[in-house]
Design a protein around this ligand. Structure first.
Ligand SMILES: Cc1cc2nc3c(=O)[nH]c(=O)nc-3n(C[C@H](O)[C@H](O)[C@H](O)COP(=O)(O)OP(=O)(O)OC[C@H]3O[C@@H](n4cnc5c(N)ncnc54)[C@H](O)[C@@H]3O)c2cc1C
Length: 499
């Protein structure tokens, strides 16, 4: 028997929430739910907040549920670097780029990425960049641009405060100003399906008063719950090498329960085994830290990476991310440790526009990078055999002088100089999980696809790192935020327009 009191309470709550019942895309039985909204978004990172801004702009009532006690996910702790072709910065610096070229770079790197998703990402990138300025007021550095391995031209725009927070706070403020509700400490647990298989809501564990809530979504549920880099059982299941011995740079809420829930609702999970690590993080720092800048822009670019036990190089320091991670994990799993070594020239001029010798001095002061008067002193203190280390430096210098190709195939840049000027610097390294590029299969309208027939699951959308297929085997650096914003915006628009 329907309970009339509960019915009227639910109706009153819905009215208070400003839900425009007349515009309902999906007539829901209000008795089934504690609350009903037009669009419910799981996750408050760049994807979820971009979806919220777009869905509210189109007039849908919007609820964001976030399981952590703070908004932002990995997006807010990111470096705020975003790959975008054809920016005004590139134009100013005379760099010729195009959406086609960007798409080619992603496809070359990812090899099995889905071309239609890559096309959408590349074609929407510049508009997304201008949207962050125009709609949100995000400030970007106007005179600097970064490059990364695998990019055919420099195209990474930098948020002015060099942090994802410079993007996430304007996004959050805009979503709230438009009237989106954001509830913290509410963890989505499962999706609710209607009789026809359409997603009509979700069950949320409310960690504030420890009870489950059934929330209805007339137009759609958007899964923007990010990746699963901190979910050791899931990542070890996908790749047994990624056990608890390998750390992560992600926030702790980066787990896979919504991917499992989507699978239960019938969604395809695609490319789950492509889990990407940073090869050059420090075991002495928590999370991503800062030492990787030294390891990459000083040592990999102009020094050497050797193993502590052998003193020998073990990988092309400028190889692909996959090659370098494989190299580092092999060293670590043999009980050895990789060490990054650079001389004073490399530290005076790191190959980066955002990291310099003053930053190295800070890392030394914190004891996470060490400085030595000579290579002999470095070898002794770091317990690296001196002879092989000297041989490796000499071998690399021969390659720099053009006398012999590098034995590990590392390219020698035109500005490379031989190593040998003291003082010397060293830092231990370890790989940590950074990003997962597998997840819910979507089409270019961000609609989640059903495993049974590859068709969209009505009412279910997904965006950002929770999806799979955009990057394939290996992702191009600084594309995670762009992916979240582009497909988050699309998901918000599509869900809000669903009739
Ligand atoms: C340290 C670090 C630095 C990075 N730097 C860059 C960079 O500079 N440029 C770049 O392009 N990419 C970078 N990346 C990758 C990039 O940050 C991510 O790919 C991107 O931010 C993902 O955005 P998202 O919105 O999909 O997920 P997130 O920002 O991770 O947001 C997902 C949110 O969903 C929440 N959530 C998860 N499950 C549930 C649930 N069941 N119920 C409710 N809420 C849930 C999470 O708590 C989280 O808040 C970096 C990643 C890391 C870890």
């Amino acid at each position: 028997m329907p309970d009339p009191l509960r019915r009227s309470l639910v109706a009153a709550a819905a009215a208070l929430a400003g839900i425009p019942a007349a515009r309902a895309a999906q007539p829901l039985d209000e008795l089934e739910f504690d609350q009903i909204w037009d669009v419910v978004i799981i996750g408050s990172g760049a994807a979820g907040l971009s979806a919220a801004v777009e869905a509210r702009t189109l007039g849908a009532s919007v609820l964001i549920v976030e399981k952590m006690g703070a908004v932002g996910g990995n997006s807010v702790i990111s470096e705020g670097q975003m790959a975008v072709p054809n920016t005004p910065m590139q134009e100013r610096l005379g760099i010729r780029d195009s959406a086609d070229r960007f798409a080619e770079d992603i496809l070359r790197r990812g090899s099995v990425a889905r071309p239609e998703l890559v096309r959408t990402l590349a074609d929407s990138a510049l508009d997304a960049y201008f949207w962050t300025q125009r709609e949100l007021g995000v400030r970007w550095l106007r005179d600097r641009i970064e490059s990364e391995l695998g990019m055919s031209v420099p195209r990474i725009a930098l948020v002015a405060n060099l942090s994802g927070s410079g993007l996430i706070w304007p996004l959050f403020n805009r979503a709230v100003a438009l009237g989106a509700a954001c509830r913290l400490r509410q963890q989505a647990r499962s999706l609710i399906l209607g009789p026809d298989g359409a997603v009509v809501g979700l069950v949320v564990d409310d960690r504030n008063d420890y009870r489950p809530l059934r929330i209805g979504a007339r137009r759609g549920v958007i899964i923007a719950s990010g990746g699963f880099g901190a979910d050791i059982p899931m990542r070890r299941f996908q790749n047994p090498r990624l056990s608890d011995l390998v750390g992560t740079t992600t926030q702790p809420g980066c787990t896979s329960e919504m991917l499992r829930a989507a699978a239960k609702a019938g969604a395809h999970l695609l490319h789950m085994e492509y889990i990407h690590c940073l090869p050059d993080t420090s075991p002495l720092e928590k999370g991503v830290g800062l030492v990787w800048y030294f390891n990459r822009f000083c040592a990999a670019a102009q020094g050497v990476w050797v193993t502590r036990r052998t003193g020998e190089r073990f990988v092309n320091e400028l190889g692909t991310n996959i090659e370098r991670v494989k190299g580092v994990l092999s060293v670590v799993s043999s009980g050895d440790e990789p060490v990054a070594v650079a001389d004073s020239r490399a530290v005076a001029h790191p190959q980066s526009v955002i990291f310099n010798s003053i930053d190295v001095a800070e890392l030394i002061a914190r004891g996470v990078v060490r400085k030595f008067d000579s290579l002999e002193a470095l070898a002794s203190a770091m317990e690296i055999p001196l002879g092989p280390l000297q041989q490796e430096v000499a071998q690399w210098n021969r390659a720099v002088d053009g006398l012999a190709p590098d034995r590990l195939g590392r390219p020698v840049s035109s500005i490379a100089e031989p190593m040998g000027t003291p003082p010397w610097y060293a830092a231990p390294m370890h790989a940590k999980v950074m990003m997962t590029t597998g997840g819910i299969a979507i089409d270019s309208k961000a609609r989640a696809l059903r495993a049974l027939d590859d068709r969209p699951i009505p009412g279910l959308y997904a965006a950002g790192e929770a999806t799979g297929g955009v990057f394939g085997r290996a992702f191009l650096s600084s594309c995670g935020l762009l992916n979240a914003i582009v497909f988050g915006r699309i998901a918000g628009q599509e869900a809000a327009r669903r009739l």
